[in-house]
Design a protein around this ligand. Sequence first.
Ligand SMILES: *Cc1c(COP(=O)(O)O)cnc(C)c1O
Length: 377
Amino acid sequence: MICFNVPPFTGKEMQYMKEAVDAQKICGDGQFTKKCNQWIEENTGTLKALLTTSCTHATELAALLMDVKPGDEVIMPSFTFVSTADAFVLRGAVPVFVDIRPDTMNIDEKKIEAAITEKTVGIVPVHYAGVSCEMDTIMDIAKRHNLWVIEDAAQGVMSTYKGKALGAIGDFGCYSFHETKNYSMGEGGAILIQNEKYIEEAEIIREKGTNRSKFFRGQIDKYTWVNFGSSYLPSDMNAAYLWAQLELAEEMNRKRLECWNRYYENLKELEENGYIELPTIPEGCVHNAHMFYLKAKDLEERTEFIDFMKKKDVLTVFHYIPLHSAPAGLKYGRFHGEDVYTTKESERLARLPMYYALSLEEVDYISNAVKEFYASR
Ligand SMILES: *Cc1c(COP(=O)(O)O)cnc(C)c1O
């Protein structure tokens, strides 16, 4: 059986976790958390990076920093994971869903401006599959309408847009280190902050509303409760696990891309013959092989495809149920404009196995199974 996902593991995770334990520092902001924060800063060019307990929490933290209020409107795609919307719904805001582009499955930048009202406060582009949204256009719209941009770069670690790291382009960027992502700590994430003026407040909210970070740096002699806050900092044991991967990020990325490119080579004939569609990587975008998907003709064909692959011992999955058609989406959000692609394209999409430990032989086996399915059509 070829699994759909295997959590990344490079070999040094246990050693580093033991080091955290031996150092008797297993709470947050220990040596490994600092190494991870620094790695993100150096590799993305962001002004400040802070590990968080999840990407969901990083987005919540960004929403708190932007003082999102009840009734505010936030523009985002409907084709995304629930967390993108949750962080703002928790603040009483209304997610305003905009259609996607069929080529990248990312928010259609040309449809954003029409969705802006006097209640709009920000835009949340989601870089699906680690392939960038059209950020120049999005940043320009945000600037002209005085909106903030929080990038949901959960899938975008190690990807770039015109040479800039995803997550380090908008006002804030949110990374995920969940076990299904390219680099993992089980559950975890990070917030990337581009503006100096939000750093101190971010540290305070992340540490239960206290100025403990300043205290640890020796900038003050006692710490106290200075603002509202929560607990968004992960254990240093989890950070130790992540560090074993970040220090090998180049190599891990290279290996994933090798599998991705092999899938593409193997399956492009099926695309040329009109059976399936494969992902598009727009010019200027460098992706991180977060996922490999194909699009079948329609929902019916996809269902048959997933069943066929299961019989071949290959687990393939689909996602997302568009948020605007989910119960909470109907309750809390609204779709602006026409749903031309969101529902239609999401019903055709199937993800093939893609993870660090996947071998080229397995990619070939899976590709042959895909070809076999289409040979009978
Ligand atoms: C995985 C994911 C998230 C949530 O990440 P967590 O770290 O599990 O909170 C949010 N948005 C997108 C697009 C994701 O893929």
